[in-house]
Design a protein around this ligand. Structure first.
Ligand code: FE
Ligand code: FE
Ligand code: FE
Length: 164
């Protein structure tokens, strides 16, 4: 392995640990977001995505195995901050008509972070010639994008109308 390849491979591994930590945080944050959601569609969207998130964590487990490195997590300060912000908005807007709009926006920030991470990881996996890994990352990336699109749809259809 050239020095360049091994550096990228290290970076890939470190970023994998970051998203592994993030997914676990998201898995534990989603039930509270679902509980707080006022609209049935938004609650269902969070519940569906919680199940998907479990599968995404399993895919990451598979990826660690495929690259032959120990499964590890590394604190992602970005996700910690985003989840803190979601808790803040749930508290501050608890009894208002803007609660769903606030939770939805917080959830979309999380999806955008994940889309960014998985997009990057997929590109690096391609550069590293990790074909099986690319497929797994692509599957998760599609789920994150689909979730983001659903949230956008709910935002324009319902939640923002209620907040107005
Ligand atoms: Fe995810
Ligand atoms: Fe991070
Ligand atoms: Fe997600």
């Amino acid at each position: 392995m050239s020095k360049q390849t091994s550096d990228l491979s290290d970076l890939f591994y470190e970023t994998l640990k970051d998203i592994y930590f993030a997914e676990k945080q998201i898995l534990s944050a989603l039930p509270e977001m679902a509980e707080n959601a006022q609209s049935d569609e938004l609650r269902t969207a969070f519940e569906t995505h919680r199940d998907e998130t479990r599968g995404q964590i399993e895919r990451l487990d598979q990826i660690f195995e495929l690259i032959g490195k120990p499964t590890q997590e590394k604190t992602c300060v970005a996700i910690v901050g985003m989840i803190d912000e979601s808790k803040e908005v749930m508290e501050d807007f608890a009894d208002t008509n803007a609660l769903d709009a606030g939770i939805l926006a917080a959830a979309q920030a999380v999806e955008h972070y994940e889309i960014s991470r998985y997009g990057t990881l997929k590109t690096w996996a391609q550069q590293l010639g990790l074909t099986d890994v690319v497929g797994l990352l692509e599957d998760t990336l599609m789920e994150e994008k689909k979730t983001d699109e659903l949230l956008s749809k709910l935002a324009s259809a319902d939640v923002n109308a209620k907040a107005a």
